[in-house]
Design a binder for this molecule. Structure first.
Ligand code: UDP
Length: 157
């Protein structure tokens, strides 16, 4: 379907990780219970700032009610993902998804799910199994992505 995708990222966190730890002086791996949802504006120059419902509406990015609707969807998506990944020995730390709006202005999930868009830690070893391998120069980037793909393929067989 042809969609207009506002430059918004809907994030859900189950554990602290990444730049938020630097910004708020937190250790990585502290659990959020219940999960912690955030909405950010995709704007590299501004460092992807948090954005409120009112500003999304003011900027014409979302209609009334869609901020909460999208947050509700992303939390439900996360529940499914977290369980499935746990069965593969992977802990879902956080992830983001984006939404589009169709010709009627209705919200439609419009994104990929991959180790590029979420943080996955191996349940046993705590090893990073996602984009942080590349960003932190941890090595074995390709091998780790292949390992995630293999675990997924095995479960889909
Ligand atoms: N994320 C993403 N694309 C972005 C920003 C974030 O896929 O442009 C994902 C990121 O991989 C992580 C989650 O969203 O799984 C939360 O990212 P965070 O806000 O912690 O930013 P980061 O520390 O990755 O800069």
């Amino acid at each position: 379907r042809n969609l207009t995708v506002p430059r918004l990222e809907f994030i859900v966190r189950y554990f602290t990780a990444g730049s938020m730890c630097r910004r708020f002086t937190l250790e990585e791996g502290i659990p959020f219970n219940p999960p912690y949802a955030e909405v950010t504006l995709k704007d590299d120059i501004q460092g992807d700032p948090l954005i409120s419902e009112r500003l999304c509406i003011m900027k014409g990015l979302l209609k009334e009610g869609q901020y909460a609707e999208a947050q509700d969807i992303v939390v439900r998506v996360g529940e499914v993902l977290k369980k499935e990944l746990a069965s593969l020995g992977l802990t879902l730390i956080d992830f983001k998804i984006e939404f589009g709006r169709d010709a009627n202005g209705e919200l439609v999930l419009a994104d990929e799910l991959s180790p590029n868009t979420c943080r996955l830690w191996d349940k046993k070893t705590g090893e990073r199994m996602d984009k942080d391998r590349f960003r932190r120069d941890l090595g074995r980037v390709r091998e780790t992505y292949e390992e995630v793909a293999e675990r997924l393929h095995n479960v889909l067989k």
